[in-house]
Design a protein around this ligand. Structure first.
Ligand code: NAD
Length: 345
């Protein structure tokens, strides 16, 4: 088995999740941890028997590193990701790829040019129910898709918005681009391309630059209509929900787990089987650390397999860009008051 060694760039909340996920994948290890805060780099490195540095250039240049994981604030993804690609390392980049399409495209182009694999982390797609729902929709089992909605009514404290969160430069927005992006990605993966958005945003419960509350009306290319609601202003916070309704069926997922499976053509026992596919893996609805590392493990394991077998990794850059584009379209609509058509110019 080819050993796969990782560099973690960013040793915060998600860097720890990355280390935990890697620890459960056979024949992999964290070789080096990088954080601009020395103590953070040291602590996570020591816990994983890894080297540490405060300079991402040193981390990505190491000969013993195969994959670089980017877990820095949203607006600080492109520089280390591009440096890693140029050093010939495969890339696991946290969502969103970065805060603008231009920066996201530069990451995608750098990976293509270097011939390295790139995956962007969207853990909800790795819930067992997500591909089941997609298969049912693609097979036409919901009939004519009518409504496709994502609701992310979460809560974050004012302290959460004390550093980079909620700033345009480093988070790229607020509730929509950070917590809600998971469900927006799942929504577009299940319901297909979004054609237009009409959005409204507000900052209601926090002191921050960007929105803590957003709402948008969508039209899909299929003709279906939909709604996105994303917030960090709703205490105590509900599990994120994606709902799909057609004239022959309804599927709903909470945090990617099937909670409703009503299909007119369902076989006996199918509904119960779908509702019991897997346990509840938790939610970050009320706290940024309220979720399991398990879906990260699944995505990282799929990336490791793609590297070992020279296959296609899960969630390519072009795919990850779609949720970012929808969110940036909502922001543009909220700023201009106009309906915005995708793709964005
Ligand atoms: N997929 C998920 O479920 C999920 C969950 C949470 C966060 N995230 C994403 O992970 C990323 C990080 O979020 P977080 O919650 O871990 O934030 P965090 O603030 O807890 O951690 C970010 C870390 O990056 C470090 N850092 C900043 N600039 C750096 C640089 N140039 N080089 C090295 N380190 C640097 C900071 O010192 C900090 O320790 C964000 O993009 C976020 O959207 C994803």
């Amino acid at each position: 088995m080819q050993k796969i060694d990782f560099a973690l760039i960013g040793a915060g909340n998600i860097g720890k999740v990355h280390a935990r996920a890697i620890a459960d994948i056979p024949d992999t290890r964290v070789a080096v941890v990088c954080d601009v805060v020395e103590q953070s780099a040291r602590n996570l490195a020591e816990a994983n028997g890894a080297a540490w540095t405060t300079d991402y250039r040193q981390a990505v240049a190491r000969a013993d590193v195969d994959v670089v994981c980017i877990g820095t604030p949203n607006g600080l993804h492109a520089e280390p990701a591009i440096a890693a690609a140029e050093a010939g390392k495969h890339l696991i980049v946290e969502k969103p790829l970065d805060v603008t399409l231009e920066r996201a495209d530069r990451i995608i182009a750098a990976a293509e040019k270097a011939g390295v694999k790139l995956t962007c982390v969207f853990p909800l797609r790795f819930m067992a129910g997500a591909p089941k729902a997609r298969e049912a929709i693609c097979q036409g089992r919901l009939g004519r898709l009518a409504l496709a909605d994502a609701y992310v009514k979460w809560y974050r404290t004012q302290e959460y918005y004390g550093s980079w969160h909620g700033t345009w430069k480093l988070e790229g927005g607020g509730a929509l681009i950070n917590p809600a992006i998971h469900s927006i990605d799942l929504l577009q993966w299940l319901a297909g391309p979004v054609e237009t958005v009409f959005g409204r945003t507000a900052t209601l419960a926090h002191r921050m630059e960007a929105e803590d509350t957003g709402s948008a009306v969508l039209t899909f290319r299929s003709g279906a209509l939909g709604v996105i609601q994303g917030a960090t202003s709703c205490w105590p916070g509900d599990p994120s929900r994606v709902e799909l309704h057609g004239d022959k069926g309804t599927i709903a997922l909470d945090e990617g787990r099937i909670v409703k499976w009503k299909l007119a053509d369902a076989a006996p026992g199918e509904e119960e089987a779908m509702l019991n596919l897997e346990p509840n893996l938790g939610s970050a609805s009320g706290s940024p650390v309220g979720f399991s590392y398990e879906n990260h493990r699944r995505q990282f394991a799929a990336m490791v397999q793609a590297i070992r077998e020279d296959g296609e990794p899960p969630i390519l850059g072009a795919e990850a860009r779609k949720a970012l584009e929808i969110i940036l379209a909502i922001y543009r609509s909220a700023q201009t008051g106009a309906v915005v058509r995708l793709p964005l110019a």
